[in-house]
Design a protein around this ligand. Structure first.
Ligand code: MN
Length: 247
């Protein structure tokens, strides 16, 4: 299988478009198509904070649900938006406010359409993908080796939020353990969730969230070539949002 897996997009449609063009996809059909039949993968967090979250949903819905030429798995932001669109009382914060503002600017009919699409996209997606005969795993915040193949609540929390301890840093950010250091498996695990200045390879894992929405870049991993391709962000740089130490 030949797949280009893209990090957290967070509404950065322009960078997503630029990155897929750089990867050789054409947008002549209104959504990215590769001439050699490569497909796209998404580590989740399509929306929130960036300027065009709903359009990113439209494209990923078209690819994942309609054409079935991409593999999408949800991130924690997707999970929260899903709960919002189902009518649950969720806190409109941490970036969700921009997606909700786009949504509320639509007509009732427009709202119903995007609501239906996102719910379908989300409900059709597995918690994480195990693909290429078990050689490739795509999971939003990664997955611990002993959790692979499992889907209980502990696994769900890990895949969506990472290896959290329950403690918080002085800036309010949850403490996340560096689970990748302990991963000894053969299958490649491709994930995002924690913005890093450069894509980070540890054992057979890659974190490809290079903080596009915080002014970093949008990164893709070309599999099985294991080549990184990126485009610069158009967003203002927020250095505090990047994790630079792992001890
Ligand atoms: Mn994210």
């Amino acid at each position: 299988m030949e797949i280009d897996i893209i990090g957290d997009i967070h509404g950065c449609l322009e960078e997503f478009r630029a990155l897929t063009l750089k990867l050789g996809y054409s947008w002549d059909d209104g959504a990215p198509v590769h001439p050699q039949g490569r497909i796209l993968g998404f580590v989740g967090d399509l929306t929130d904070r960036g300027p065009l979250s709903l359009e990113v949903i439209e494209i990923v819905y078209e690819l994942s649900v309609v054409r079935q030429t991409s593999l999408y798995c949800p991130g924690n932001h997707c999970n929260k938006l899903y709960r919002f669109l189902q009518g649950n009382n969720v806190q409109i914060a941490h970036g969700l406010e921009t997606t909700v503002a786009e949504y509320e600017a639509l007509s009732t009919r427009g709202q119903k359409k995007i609501q239906k699409k996102f719910i379908e996209l989300y409900e059709n997606a597995p918690l994480y993908h195990i693909t290429d005969n078990g050689n490739l795993i795509i999971a939003h915040a990664g997955i611990r080796q002993d959790y692979i193949g499992k889907h209980n609540n502990k696994v769900k929390t890990f895949v969506l939020y990472g290896d959290i301890t329950g403690a918080k840093h002085s800036n309010g950010m949850p403490v996340r353990r560096d689970w990748a250091q302990n991963y000894q498996g053969e299958p490649w695990i491709i994930y995002g969730h924690t913005p890093v200045p450069e894509a980070r390879k540890v054992n057979h894992t890659y974190n490809i969230d290079t903080g596009c929405v915080f002014g970093g870049k949008l990164t893709a991993l070309r599999y099985p070539e294991m080549e990184l391709v990126d485009v610069p962000s158009t967003m203002p740089f927020v250095p505090d949002k990047f994790r630079t130490s792992f001890d």
